[in-house]
Design a binder for this molecule. Sequence first.
Ligand code: GLU
Length: 379
Amino acid sequence: MNHLAIRKEALSCVRRIVLKLGSSVVTTEDGLDYKIIGGLVDDVSRYKKLGKEFIIVSSGAVAAGVRHMKLKEGARTIPQKQAAASVGQSRLMAVYEEAFGLHGIRVAQMLLTKDDLSHRRRHLNARNTLTTLLSWGVVPIVNENDTVMVEEIKLGDNDNLSALVAALADADLLITLTDMEGFMDCDPRSNSDACLIPLVEDITPDVRRLAGANSSGPGRGGMASKLEAASKVRLFGIPMIIAKGKSPHIIPRIMEADLCGTLVLPSKERMSSRKHWIRYNLEPEGELEIDGGAARALCSSGKSLLPIGVIGVQGHFEHGAAVTVRDSDGNKLAIGLINYSSEEMLRIMGHQTAEIDWILGYHRNDEAIHVDNLVLLEH
Ligand code: GLU
């Protein structure tokens, strides 16, 4: 199949779209870029009236706050960044509200943290809110809740947030608009002959190397974090397009399968939403070390992890917590939800399933981690 046919196929059944707008797209040196935002909103509104649903993940709060407060040195400390985000977020919403208002479309603000998405009930609440807003014809405008952000609950960057929102909303497409033409074979800021890679079929170690760790402009994410986002959504069966936000009419060009930007194809095997949630929303609270036999059972035979294969337990966790599973060489093999607390695990590790009842005086499950709650990590 040629690239055009692949694009057309990837876009053929797209109805629900997450559109991620980076700080470099929605801001200029002087603050929010009303013209660009207005143009993007006009195009989104047109497609919305044709029956498409949009969720916008917009950066720009910190940058808008810094410019509005005329902070010459920018926001340097965390409290300054958080205060700037809180000034800028309401300006950002005002601009979207006005621009969509011209088309008779309402918007809603949703500010999320990692905590909201890792807590199963809050995760489901966020999903219900999103789908209710969409059923009302409202355009949700999502950003990280920067004002309460501390390391433990930080999502990291809006690339990551947009991937989690795309999975949360069961979107059909993630569009990420940035200051580059798409995914390039080298950094265009230092290489004038950098070339666009129009199609990424798989996120291989070579592709990751190309992405490097370059970060650009006022936002937090560079190409590496865009590829991280792509690797999250593709496992969920969602294609992603990375393109330049300030190119004229970039949304219609993408929607009409014009060969602009980079298309990252979804993976052939789709991860269940439960496993996706375990893999990308939970922070492991401890670690299990397992022996070679258990590692083979997990990685090659797709089996559950039994207490007998566990040879070490690190950290303090309750049953139901997420833990990392690693082999004795320290390779991280999987993340899973554990059926026993760290204290219980220390007592039953290395023992047969039949002995659990005898050791603990009760028996919660046969497995330390059931295969349905276990996600293998890619190497
Ligand atoms: N939440 C930040 C803001 O609105 C942006 C983070 C990012 O660009 O990744 O300014």
